[in-house]
Design a protein around this ligand. Structure first.
Ligand SMILES: Cc1cc2nc3c(=O)[nH]c(=O)nc-3n(C[C@H](O)[C@H](O)[C@H](O)COP(=O)(O)OP(=O)(O)OC[C@H]3O[C@@H](n4cnc5c(N)ncnc54)[C@H](O)[C@@H]3O)c2cc1C
Length: 262
């Protein structure tokens, strides 16, 4: 279990930011489910839960998800479902269990950029922006490439555009980390194909997506699946070999595309 010398509720983002940078061992607290697996001793833990950042709201063009929103809120949100289909619900549904998802936050999930992340695989298949206190607003794709740096993830914003989406994953047991995950979307004739847990971090297969017309036939789907394996690097770990993941990639991507062609 990790340790804290002090526990502070932030009264504002400004105060949270000052506290975070006051000492190298100060840290932001999300739902603590990942942090509690570690043994690090921090100085001050900064709790953002009094800042009303646990809400899913909409503007004219976007849906915004505050950093303290739980994975369960995301799973059950009608607003997200109406705008983005089942992709977000399906991406979190296998993460441990309902009680766990009632505590795990989107801020902790996105800021950590876990390579096995289901939710990042789904968010990358949409048009997602990350709002950082110091780092400003940037596309999730860009955020994924940046080196780790202390900051506060305030919220995500997802562009509403009329999405059709599908989420596919393969796991050894229902609640294990995914062996491979795929987020597929179609929006205004443009496809996005994202593969996560390869076991490297979620990445878009842009060339494969570009091969697909709005209503692809079997040959075109097959060509896109082949291109995914050509374009992305797959590796081996205790959950599966590189070759196994390449086979799974073809299957999950095909299923995802076909689901959107019905
Ligand atoms: C046993 C277990 C199984 C899991 N299985 C899966 C799985 O199958 N698929 C999957 O996708 N995920 C899985 N996860 C990850 C999980 O879904 C969450 O992503 C993870 O617990 C982090 O969320 P949290 O709220 O608990 O963050 P915390 O543990 O509280 O924080 C994690 C890190 O993020 C930082 N942080 C938190 N919030 C912010 C913020 N707003 N701004 C800046 N930094 C912040 C913290 O300082 C810390 O470094 C699993 C986790 C565990 C523990």
């Amino acid at each position: 279990m990790f340790g804290l010398t002090e526990y502070r509720f932030a009264d504002s983002l400004d105060q949270a930011d000052k506290l975070l940078h006051h000492d190298k061992d100060n840290t932001i607290l999300g739902g603590l489910l990942w942090m509690r697996m570690g043994r690090k001793n921090y100085h001050t833990g900064i709790d953002l839960s009094k800042l009303s950042l646990d809400q899913i709201t909409e503007t004219k063009d976007t849906v915004e998800i505050g950093c303290m929103t739980t994975l369960r809120q995301i799973e059950t949100s009608r607003l997200l479902n109406n705008n983005f289909g089942n992709i977000l619900t399906d991406s979190v549904a296998h993460i441990v269990g309902v009680q766990f998802r009632n505590s795990a936050t989107i801020g902790g999930s996105v800021f950590s950029r876990f390579s096995f992340s289901d939710i990042l695989t789904a968010l990358l298949a949409l048009d997602t922006r990350v709002h950082l206190y110091r780092g400003g607003t940037l596309p999730l794709e860009k955020f994924m490439t940046l080196p780790p740096k202390k900051d506060i993830l305030i919220k995500l914003s997802l562009k509403k555009k009329g999405w059709k989406t599908s989420y596919q994953s393969h796991r050894m047991t229902a609640t294990d980390f995914p062996v491979l995950a795929a987020g597929i979307s179609l929006c205004k004739g443009q496809w996005k194909i994202c593969l996560g847990s390869r076991p490297a971090r979620a990445t878009l297969a842009e060339k494969a997506a570009a091969l697909l017309p709005e209503r692809p036939d079997k040959k075109q789907i097959q060509a896109a699946c082949d291109q995914v394996v050509e374009e992305l690097k797959f590796g081996s770990n205790q959950r599966g070999t590189r070759e196994y993941r390449q086979i799974l990639a073809r299957i999950l991507v095909k299923r995802g595309i076909e689901a959107l062609c019905r």
